[in-house]
Ligand binder design. Structure first.
Ligand SMILES: C[C@H](O)CC(=O)SCCNC(=O)CCNC(=O)[C@H](O)C(C)(C)COP(=O)(O)OP(=O)(O)OC[C@H]1O[C@@H](n2cnc3c(N)ncnc32)[C@H](O)[C@@H]1OP(=O)(O)O
Length: 715
């Protein structure tokens, strides 16, 4: 970690910062940068300054670890004294030479400079909102002044970077040059400013891109409405617009002051802590002890066979072919095969329509599938992923067949969402090649890939699957083997909790509404409609067998099916599904619910229980935390934070809440334990707190603390 300065014979001081891998502005970097800029300004031999980063990058931004360490007082100094007073208001011109990326504080420092020269394809952005904060160091003020309000607001609210080419068109970048010319052109540019051949722009004082007050007012008003709709649970989006507005109405400097104040409030908020936790937790999933630290090189997986072209199979094929991987898709007959191909085509069309895939790539992707009805094409596949129905015997039969049909290096993966892998691979001679590749529905959209290893799965197979997962733009999380693995196991009580509440007399649509307000993309009943009741019933049986002490039978789903309701599949579930309109709660389902309540006989004295909105959220989610505790205790996850990432990416648990365990620690294990104990006394074993939760609550140890550090109770 260092900042170096070299003064050339041309009188230009080049100040280079280095903090691999992304040149984050850590505290020592900021202090040295300030010192070096001061030195250059006071040195009479220096006419102008160039700021640049080492390792092919300008900077990925402020060192986010500082947010977790709480040393935040430095931020005002960084924003006002370094970027404002020292750089922008310097009496010598300063040019930013940007290679690779300038994000967050990286771009903010560059915008404080008097010109910006970039290499082609450099990424420029202010992604701070994705961390629950707003851009600091004047970012909220200088970006609108450099490229106009609409684009600046879009970049901040979406956290999406632009490339230098677009930056040049919009006025953020002054010139684009090849990497080998970057420093020379930047030096010359700085000297040209000295000689007044190029303008000396202090962007905070620039007003020509802002437009009139009424225009700005209208743009901000529209952005506020959009934000309310798109990010209803993320108040920092509105806070960002408040700060931008302050700068427009009061001027750039008051805007910077307000930005500092709001930044200071947001950076200590639970939302920001949750999002920062998710940022680091996601990156940590790439590190699996005794797997990724063994120096194993991934083998290329070029051709994959998929068995079964249903919803999951089609989704997995889609994600493979758009990632340039050849697929052999096996179905039982040509009718099913045609149906699967049609689904895949529709998936690909959807990706094109959503601008996630270019039409030219879509055509190429679709040419990469070969549909088959037998195993004759399996002799050169590198991996098979089985995606047939949750039937153990069928899966065992398929695995014995593929062992004979595939080459000896082939990986045998199953997409089962609940069945124990040891049972599936029981009869195979090559159990080291058996692994779970658990995708989440819809597989071509959901980012999580749960990689399930057994005691026998080889490290090579895990490394290969992690690598192919990343090529497919998934986040692979390696977990251990048990019924439901990490995500479905932890979340198996989710549906049950919701059913329990309904059987206790609570309105199902109220539950869905509250869970959506909490931040999940949909409530448990709408989710059940979407995934289909067949899966729910099959998986429910697995859990009932594996965890009989905490499973209960809810008659609701069976009664729905008996009444001709199959969920979204046939347009009728808890909700009615009509083409082109949002799902509508169906009042016709209420008599079915009434009948279920009569059969279940759970309501105390036959009367619905009375619960607050907060209690409903807790009664749905605390049983999930309880089961997650068992997952942690049994060592199913490598580290507790893996469960947070898995819950966010697999279940849509709101990322601003940091994932299921991070959230539980904010709520407090004691409260969770006491509530569950109380409910278990009133409503039965389903709520009974696990031993792990009890121990942690009693000893005041966070649930996220590593397992070995939790003191055991003597009782
Ligand atoms: C005052 C200001 O307004 C406040 C700010 O600047 S807040 C920060 C704004 N910047 C950001 O949000 C960018 C965050 N970083 C990223 O998006 C990506 O890391 C990146 C695009 C820069 C690079 O991506 P990629 O090459 O895939 O590398 P990636 O694996 O993500 O990161 C490499 C390492 O750098 C770390 N890292 C990345 N950005 C970091 C940051 N801003 N602070 C601290 N560490 C960071 C990662 O944790 C990872 O560490 P590890 O190797 O120990 O796991």
């Amino acid at each position: 970690m260092e900042v170096k300065m070299k003064v050339g014979s041309d009188g230009v001081a080049v100040i280079t910062f280095s903090n691999p891998p992304i040149n984050a502005f850590a505290i020592p970097i900021i202090a040295s940068l300030k010192e070096k800029v001061g030195e250059a300004i006071n040195n009479d031999d220096v006419k102008a300054i160039v700021l640049t980063g080492k390792h092919g990058k300008f900077s990925g931004g402020f060192d986010i670890k500082v947010f977790q360490n709480g040393k935040l007082s430095l931020l005002t100094d960084f924003s006002i004294n370094l970027v404002g007073n020292k750089i922008e208001d310097a009496k010598k011109p300063i040019v930013a030479a940007i290679e690779g990326l300038a994000l967050g504080a990286g771009l903010e420092v560059a915008m404080g400079c008097h010109a910006r020269i970039a290499t082609p394809n450099a990424q420029l952005g202010l992604p701070e909102l994705s961390l629950g904060i707003i851009p600091g160091a004047g970012g909220t003020q200088r970006l609108p002044r450099l490229l106009g309000l609409p684009k600046a607001i879009e970049m901040m609210l979406t956290s999406k970077p632009i490339l230098s080419e677009e930056g040049k068109t919009l006025g953020l970048i002054d010139a684009i040059v090849p990497p080998q010319e970057l420093l020379n052109v930047s030096r010359q540019w700085a000297l040209d400013i000295v000689e007044e051949r190029k303008p000396w722009v202090r962007s905070l004082h620039n007003t020509n891109k802002i437009g009139s007050l009424s225009e700005a007012d209208e743009i901000i008003k529209v952005a506020r409405q959009q934000s309310k709709r798109i990010a209803p649970n993320l108040p920092h989006h509105q806070a960002c617009l408040d700060v931008i507005e302050e700068g427009i109405v009061q001027g750039g400097y008051p805007g910077v002051l307000k930005e500092g104040q709001v930044f200071g409030e947001l950076v200590v908020s639970d939302n920001s802590k949750g999002l920062v936790h998710v940022f680091f937790a996601q990156r940590a999933t790439s590190k699996v002890p005794n797997v990724t630290d063994l120096g194993i090189k991934p083998r290329g997986v070029k051709k994959v066979a998929i068995i079964g072209g249903g919803l999951m199979g089609s989704g997995i094929v889609t994600t493979l072919i758009v990632s340039n991987i050849y697929v052999v898709l096996k179905e039982v007959d040509s009718e099913y095969l045609q149906k699967a191909i049609k689904t895949i085509e529709a998936n690909v069309r959807g990706l094109v329509a959503g601008k996630k895939l270019a039409q030219s790539r879509a055509d190429k992707a679709l040419s990469m599938i070969k549909g088959v009805l037998d195993y004759s094409e399996f002799n050169d596949v590198d991996m098979v992923i089985e995606t047939v129905t949750e039937d153990l015997q069928l899966k065992q039969k398929i695995f014995s067949e593929i062992e004979k049909a595939c080459p000896p290096h082939c990986i045998f993966a199953t997409n089962t969402s609940a069945i124990d892998l040891d049972l599936i691979g029981e009869k195979l001679g090559c159990q080291d090649r058996v692994v779970g590749a658990h995708f989440f529905s819809p597989a071509h959209m959901m980012p999580l890939l749960e990689i399930v290893r057994t005691e026998k799965t080889s490290a090579q197979v895990i490394v290969d699957l992690m690598t192919i997962g990343k090529i497919m733009k998934k986040v692979p999380v390696v977990v251990g083997n048990c019924t439901g693995f990490a995500v479905n196991r932890a979340f198996f009580p989710y549906k049950q909790s919701a059913h329990m509440l309904v059987l206790l007399g609570v309105d199902l649509f109220r539950i869905d509404r509250l869970i959506t307000n909490f931040g999940l993309p949909m409530g448990p009943f709408q989710l059940e409609d979407l995934s289909g009741y067949g899966v729910a019933v099959a998986v429910g049986k697995e859990y009932a067998t594996a965890f009989p002490d905490r499973s209960f039978y809810s008659p609701v789903t069976d009664l729905l099916v008996k009444n001709g309701r199959n969920g979204k599949n046939n347009g009728k579930g808890y909700y009615v599904y009509e083409q082109g309109s949002k799902p509508k709660p169906d009042p016709l389902v209420l008599p079915i619910i009434e009948e279920s309540r009569r059969l279940a006989i759970l309501m105390p004295q036959g009367k619905p229980i009375s619960v607050t909105d907060q209690e409903i959220i807790e009664m749905v989610l605390f049983p999930v935390v309880n089961e997650a505790c068992r997952v942690i205790e049994e060592g199913i996850v490598v580290r507790v934070a893996d469960l947070d990432i898995a819950s966010v990416l697999g279940m849509g648990f709101p990322s601003q809440r940091g994932g299921i365990i991070f959230w539980a620690d904010l709520v407090g294990s004691k409260h969770i334990y006491t509530s569950l104990k109380n409910w278990s006394e009133k409503y039965g074993n389903f709520y009974k707190p696990s031993r792990f939760l009890e121990e942690r609550a009693m000893n005041g140890v966070p649930l996220s603390a590593p397992v070995s550090s939790a003191p055991k109770t003597t009782s």
